[in-house]
Write a protein that binds this ligand. Structure first.
Ligand SMILES: [Zn+2]
Length: 373
């Protein structure tokens, strides 16, 4: 199986070893191996040679283009001291169950910002830059939110705008609404944001009729969405809206939490559905940054993002994974996914079986409403 993308130059990956360090403490949905496993599997397949760019760390000058200096300073100081004063917790949402303080959090969050900004610069001359550690779409100017400390997708968009581009599209495929990015650019006519997410999930925003005066589209989908329904939304709603906007660049957040088997959503997609959506979106612009995002099942996530890179870089996807990759997947564990629910195919293959099913009337209604100018 091979997917077609049409860019002038070879795709690149932006990566850093900072993501190999333990993070989020214990009992947090993100305290599982994620980006590192995906890239290790890509490496096992020989897909990374000569393609990896090291992620720079964003400095304060860059961070404060979106985040308020108080919040940047408070996160740096909390990381240094190991303490979150009560006032910082109240004001900036740090030191909570969802956004705990852990050693190295400032470097990690700043690296994801630096990586997404660098990815946009790399994409400028007509290529796709894949930054799987990006996608912290809930981050706010002045506070942590929804497992996110900073908001790196905002900086990928800023990277494109800095280059003088006047039409940048943002497409959010994560199971949760891309609220932080939508709010960041709701008043900027140069940016169109579009988010598909499961209705009724946190943060509860992103209603179908919420268009931010035409600068946003939201597709809240019903529980249990399958590939056929997803493909219809991409073909009949997402693609036409993007084509009309004629983006000069596009940023895609490809969270893996919409996949079947993820513990934090009830979406039922195969990884092929996400790959098709990314390819459909980026094919509409001559430059693209593709980010990671959520994803709380370490097996489906690693296979999805490893395969996504294979797709973006134009490699043939194998039927069976190499022994080294199978060993990596066998070594993973996750409290949120019961052993009985672990599909044997997650340990040996890369490509999911398609998730077929009838198309509900509600899906057609969402597509029609989204398409409407
Ligand atoms: Zn999510």
């Amino acid at each position: 199986m091979k997917y077609q993308t049409k860019f002038l130059n070879e795709s690149v990956v932006v990566a850093s070893d900072v993501y190999r360090r333990a993070a989020y403490g214990r009992n947090h949905p993100l305290a599982i191996p994620r980006v590192e496993t995906a890239l290790d599997i890509a490496g096992d397949l020989g897909w990374l040679t000569g393609r990896v760019h090291s992620s720079p760390i964003a400095g304060c000058d860059l961070l404060t283009r979106f985040h308020v200096p108080d919040w940047v300073a408070a996160l740096a100081e909390a990381d240094r001291s190991g303490v979150v004063p009560a006032a910082v917790c109240a004001r900036h949402g740090l030191g909570t169950m969802e956004n705990p303080l852990f050693s190295g959090v400032f470097e990690r969050a700043s690296t994801s910002v630096g990586g997404s900004f660098a990815a946009a610069r790399l994409a400028l001359d007509g290529r796709v830059a894949f930054h799987p550690a990006g996608g912290t779409h809930h981050g706010r100017p002045d506070r942590a939110s929804g497992f996110c400390y900073f908001n790196d997708p905002v900086f990928a968009i800023l990277g494109f705008l800095d280059a003088g581009l006047n039409r940048v599209a943002y497409v959010d495929l994560d199971a949760h609404h891309g609220d932080g990015v939508e709010d960041a650019f709701a008043a900027d006519p140069r940016v169109l944001t579009l988010s598909i997410h499961e209705a009724g999930r946190w943060p509860g925003t992103g209603a179908l009729d919420d268009r931010r005066e035409g600068r946003a589209r939201n597709l809240p989908v019903p529980r249990g969405i399958v590939d056929d329904e997803w493909d219809l939304l991409i073909d009949e709603a997402v693609a036409p809206v993007l084509e009309r906007f004629e983006p000069e660049a596009i940023v895609v957040t490809c969270g893996a939490d919409g996949l079947a088997g993820d513990p934090l959503s009830s979406m039922m997609l195969s990884n092929g559905a996400l790959w098709r959506a990314v390819v459909a979106a980026i094919s509409i612009a001559p430059r693209a940054v593709v980010l990671g995002g959520g994803g709380y099942n370490p097996w489906t996530l690693a296979r999805c993002w490893a395969g996504l890179w294979g797709v973006l870089a134009g490699f043939d996807l194998p039927e069976r994974l190499p022994d080294a990759s199978q060993a990596r997947l066998a070594a993973l564990d996750c409290d949120l996914v019961d052993e009985d629910d672990r599909d044997p195919a997650w340990f040996t293959t890369l490509v999911d079986e398609p998730r077929r099913g009838p198309i509900r009337e509600e899906i057609r209604r969402i597509a029609a409403a989204t398409r409407k100018p």
